[in-house]
Write a protein that binds this ligand. Structure first.
Ligand code: PLP
Length: 348
């Protein structure tokens, strides 16, 4: 009954795509400044990046308006989603999240013995916060909310999120994955990080993989209460997996605001182009607030994936809400043209 993904035949085929629109990467990154910093730092790769990692943590703490003690680093946010799941669920318990949601934390929680309590998104694609609150019980070790959500690209109202996180975090920690928040017009203004200084037990995840275009350089972090991060770091280590040059690339990327602005703008242009192409072909779609979008497909997801792969266009296919869906990432405009061209051949 739950969210299911149709998997490609062979993941090793991914790099041969002419339009690689299957992993929500940013086609423009890394920013020129990040790239230069990475290259200049490469020769320092014989050293561990302890001191430099603290510099990055201080810079991030400053950016987020929290103390350095509220930051835990990781080689991408995946590492931190997974570590959180392993530590919090090693003695079982349940995780409450939306269905569909981004599954990485949930799958790890399940594999160490947790039960997933999925709560369907509402008709307007927002989180059903009332139902999620009702699903929290004495066995709930974590509530996971991806906002904006993946794979849907949709958002849940900011005020409602603040209200929910403030109240529910008294019963169980609330993990808010904000991987795509920076793509929104107001940037990170709608973050839940402000709840940290109010003492709320929320954990916010951020990544350099998306708007910064550094998916392959592997830098991410979580912001949380010192005691919660202490619980995680007693068992696992934070930034140990981040490479020396990536630390420098991340610091430079944070300063390159013009790159961030242009990524955001180009992303919107691509989305508008795909909306209008799908409109002209008569397809429904779900309006997105992120660097990807979904639309229902009148074809079995598996066949669809194979046909798109044959045309060298990489996308993802899912099943939820009784339908099969395509999720397409925003690439360059040329890639989006290859995508809409492929769609016109496969689905029309
Ligand atoms: N969270 C969400 C919602 C994502 O979509 C992704 C990647 O697609 C991640 C986390 C993990 O990204 P990374 O490990 O590159 O930071």
């Amino acid at each position: 009954p739950f969210f299911k993904e149709y998997l490609p035949k062979d993941i090793r085929e991914f790099p041969s795509f002419e339009a690689k629109l299957n992993a929500n990467e940013n086609p423009y990154g890394p920013s020129p400044k990040a790239l230069e910093a990475f290259k200049n730092a490469a020769s320092g790769g014989n050293r561990y990046a302890w001191k430099e990692l603290f510099q990055l943590v201080d810079k991030i703490a400053d950016f987020e308006g929290v103390s350095a003690k509220n930051i835990m680093m990781g080689p991408g946010s995946s590492d931190l989603l997974e570590k959180t799941a392993m530590v919090l669920f090693m003695n079982g318990g349940n995780v409450v999240s939306a269905d569909p949601a981004y599954m990485s934390l949930i799958r790890v929680a399940e594999s160490v013995g947790a039960t997933w309590k999925p709560v369907p998104l509402k008709k307007d694609w927002s989180h059903d916060l009332k139902a999620m609150e009702a699903a929290v019980d004495s066995d709930t070790k974590l509530v996971y909310i991806c906002n904006p959500n993946n794979p849907t690209g949709t958002i849940t109202d900011h005020e409602e999120m603040v209200d929910f996180c403030s109240r529910v975090s008294e019963k169980a920690p609330v993990f808010v994955d904000e991987a795509y928040l920076a793509f929104m017009g107001e940037g990170l203004k709608k973050s839940m990080v402000s709840l940290i200084n109010e003492g709320k037990n929320v954990i916010i995840a951020r990544t350099f993989s998306k708007i910064h275009g550094m998916a392959g350089l592997r830098v991410g972090y979580i912001v949380g209460q010192e005691s919660t991060l202490g619980q995680l770091q007693k068992i696992t280590r934070g930034g140990m997996g981040i490479s020396y040059p990536s630390v420098f690339a991340a610091m430079a990327a944070m300063d390159d605001t013009s790159f961030l602005d242009s990524s955001r703008e180009l992303n919107v242009k691509c989305r508008e182009y795909v909306y209008s192409s799908l409109d002209s072909m008569g397809f429904d779609y779900v309006k997105s607030h992120t660097s990807f979008m979904i639309f229902p497909i009148e074809m079995a997801g598996k066949d669809f994936l194979e046909k798109m792969t044959d045309l060298k266009v990489g996308v993802r296919a899912f099943h939820f809400m009784d339908k099969d869906w395509c999720r397409v990432s925003m690439g360059t405009m040329d890639e989006m043209k290859l995508f809409t061209d492929a769609i016109s051949k496969v689905l029309v």
